[in-house]
Design a protein. Structure first.
Length: 521
C-alpha cells in the first residue's frame, strides 16, 4: 500500500434517489422504427440498459413502421446495427439473446386506423395488464405526423390523459420542437391534446450528457464556487459548442434549420440556463425546471439595434480540416447555391436579474470549426491594477474555470503561478478534474439516461413546454432581423474559428474568444 492510499479516506459517495430508479413493466412503441435513430441510438441504449440491469423485469419493444418486416428480420437487422453502434464491444451474446426476445415489429401506416387496432391486439396478446397499460410511445417521425399519431392512439384507447386504470402512458419526442414560437405552440397543443404535460418527454440529448448533468451538482453541492458565482466576481461567461464536422448529408434539414434553431434554441440555451439559474428550492423536477424557465425569461429581450450589435451569423466557404480540403456550405448537397443559412452564430446576451446584472454571456456555435468541443467558461474579474497586474498589464491572465462538456470531460481551473527560476515570471497553470482520470472511461450514452428517465417518469431532464416557448421567443426576435443576405465579413473559411465579425463583436467590449484547445487550455 502506498502512503497516499493509506492516508486518503474512502470518498464519501452519497446516493441520491436510489429508490427512484425502479421502472415498472411496460411496452415501448417506436413509431418510425425503420429510421436511423432506432438502430443508431435507441436500440443500443435499451440494450445497454438491459446489460446494466436497469430495464423493467418484463418489457417489450415494438417497432412500428411502414416497411414490411417480421419480428425475426427486424431483430437480425438490429443485431447487425448493434455491432456498429454499440458503445461497448463486442456485443454480449447472452444479454442480446435475452433482450432480443422482447423485440417485436408491427407493420403499419401512421395514418391508418387499422394499424393501431393491430398494435392494440399485439399489446393485448402479451396477456399482461402492465404490458398493455404502461405504454411509452417514442415518436421518431416527422413532427408533422405527431398530431395524427396522437389522435389515432387515443382513438384506439392506447393513450389517455393522466393515469388510467392503474396504468400510465407517455410520449417521447425530440427536437425540432417547432420552427418558431407559433409553430411550437401548435405542436405543444397537439402533444397535449390527449395527454398532460407531465406525460410528454421532450428530449434534448445535451441534458443526458453526464457533464451537463454535473453542472447542477457542481454548482449546488460545493460552497466555494457558489460564493463566486455572480456579478461581483465574474467578468463574463463564454459558452462554446464547436464542431469539426460540416453539414454533410444533412443539407436538406439544415437549409430549414440553421445554427440558431439547430443548436442555440435548445442545447446552448439549456447549458446557459443550467450555468446561470438560481438554486432550486428542492431537487423535484418541477422546481429545477421552474428555475430554468425563470432564467430564460430573465434574458434581456433583443431590440433591432441589439441584434445588429450583439448577434453575428456566419457561413463557411471551402477550406481545410486537418489538411483535407472541404467544400463550402453552398456546395453541399441539397443546399441552395445562394443560401444565406447560417452555419455559425455568436451572440452576446445579458441576464437581467440580481445575480448577473451587467455580466455578458457570449455564446457561439458553428460547423467546420477547428475543434469539436463544448464548454462553458467562467471568466473571473481581473485583479486590481496594482502589484503584479500593474507590472504585467494585459499579459496577466485573469482566472477562469472551464466546465468542459466534451471531449476530455472535466473541470479546469486556471490561475497564475510563479515559474520556477531566478527571475520573477508568472504564467497560468491549471488545476484539473478529469472524468477519465477520476472515474475511468465509463460514460453512458445520453440516450440511456434519458430513456430510463422516460420509463420511470422522472421529468427533470426533459424540456417543459414553457421552456421551449421561452427559448423560441429569444430566437424569433433574432431571426426577425435577419432579412438581408450575408455580407463578406460574415463568411469564414472551413477550419477557422468563425467570421471576423464575431471577434469584432467581443472586441467592442475589450473581450476576446478563448479558443478551447484539447491538449492544453
Ligand atoms: C444535434 C444537431 O442536435 O446536435 C446537430 O442537430 C449537431 O447538428 C449535434 O451536430 C451535436 O451534438 P453532440 O452531442 O455531437 O455535441
Amino acid at each position: 500500500m502506498n502512503v497516499e492510499s493509506a492516508i486518503l479516506p474512502e470518498p464519501n459517495v452519497c446516493h441520491i434517489g436510489a429508490q427512484r430508479r425502479l421502472s415498472e413493466p411496460c411496452s415501448i412503441v417506436i413509431f418510425g422504427a425503420s429510421g436511423d435513430l432506432t438502430s443508431r441510438k435507441l436500440i443500443p441504449a435499451f440494450y445497454h440498459l438491459c446489460k446494466e440491469k436497469q430495464m423493467p423485469a418484463s418489457f417489450c419493444i415494438i417497432g412500428f413502421a411502414r416497411r414490411e418486416k417480421t419480428d425475426e428480420s427486424w431483430r437480425a437487422e438490429l443485431r447487425e446495427a448493434l455491432d456498429r453502434f454499440s458503445r461497448t464491444k463486442p456485443v454480449d451474446e447472452e444479454v442480446w439473446r435475452l433482450f432480443a426476445a422482447n423485440l417485436y415489429y408491427c407493420v403499419g401506416d401512421l395514418a391508418d386506423a387499422a394499424a393501431y387496432a393491430k398494435l392494440e391486439q399485439k399489446l393485448s396478446s402479451f396477456k399482461s395488464a402492465p404490458l398493455r397499460q404502461n405504454l411509452l410511445f417514442y415518436l421518431a417521425t416527422q413532427p408533422s405526423q405527431f398530431g395524427e399519431a396522437i389522435e389515432r392512439l387515443h382513438a384506439a384507447q392506447l393513450l389517455q390523459r393522466g393515469h388510467s386504470q392503474g396504468g400510465w402512458q407517455r410520449i417521447v419526442v425530440e427536437k425540432p420542437f417547432g420552427h418558431d414560437l407559433a409553430s411550437a405552440h401548435l405542436l405543444n397543443d397537439e402533444l397535449t391534446r390527449y395527454a398532460d404535460e407531465q406525460q410528454v418527454c421532450r428530449i434534448d440529448h445535451y441534458l443526458g450528457k453526464e457533464t451537463v448533468q454535473n453542472i447542477l451538482m457542481f454548482r449546488f453541492s460545493n460552497s466555494i464556487f457558489e460564493q463566486l458565482w455572480n456579478r461581483n466576481s465574474i467578468d463574463h461567461v463564454q459558452i462554446t459548442v464547436s464542431e469539426k464536422l460540416g453539414v454533410g448529408a444533412r443539407g436538406g434539414y439544415y437549409e430549414e434549420a440553421g445554427a440558431l434553431r439547430d443548436m442555440v434554441q435548445n442545447h446552448m440555451l439549456q447549458v446557459l440556463a443550467l450555468t446561470a439559474m438560481e438554486p432550486p428550492v428542492s431537487l423535484e423536477s418541477e422546481c429545477i425546471r421552474d428555475e430554468k424557465v425563470k432564467l430564460l425569461k430573465s434574458i434581456r429581450p433583443l431590440t433591432r439595434q441589439d441584434v445588429a450589435r450583439q448577434v453575428v451569423r456566419g457561413q463557411y466557404f471551402a477550406g481545410a480540416i486537418q489538411g483535407q480540403p472541404v467544400p463550402g456550405y453552398r456546395q453541399e448537397p441539397k443546399v441552395k447555391t445562394d443560401s444565406n443559412v447560417e452555419t455559425y452564430v455568436a451572440l452576446k446576451l445579458f441576464i437581467d436579474n440580481w445575480r448577473w446584472s451587467g455580466v455578458p454571456f457570449f455564446l457561439r456555435t458553428g460547423k467546420y470549426l477547428p475543434e469539436s468541443t463544448s464548454e462553458a467558461r467562467i471568466q473571473f474579474r481581473p485583479t486590481p491594477n496594482v502589484l503584479f497586474a500593474a507590472q504585467c498589464g494585459p499579459s496577466l491572465d485573469p482566472n477562469s474555470l472551464a466546465l468542459r462538456l466534451q471531449p476530455q470531460e472535466g473541470i479546469y481551473l486556471r490561475f497564475n503561478g510563479k515559474v520556477p527560476g531566478m527571475d520573477m515570471s508568472l504564467r497560468p497553470v491549471r488545476m484539473n478534474f478529469s472524468y477519465n482520470a477520476e472515474y475511468g472511461a465509463y460514460t453512458p450514452e445520453a440516450y440511456e439516461r434519458l430513456l430510463l428517465d422516460a420509463l420511470v417518469g422522472d421529468a427533470t431532464l426533459f424540456i417543459r413546454r414553457d421552456e421551449v416557448e421561452a427559448a423560441w421567443l429569444i430566437i424569433d426576435s433574432i431571426r426577425a432581423e435577419w432579412t438581408k443576405p450575408l455580407t463578406n465579413r460574415e463568411f469564414y473559411a472551413a477550419g477557422t474559428w468563425g467570421p471576423e465579425a464575431s471577434d469584432d463583436m467581443l472586441a467592442q467590449s475589450n473581450h476576446a474568444w478563448h479558443e478551447p484547445r484539447i491538449e492544453f487550455d
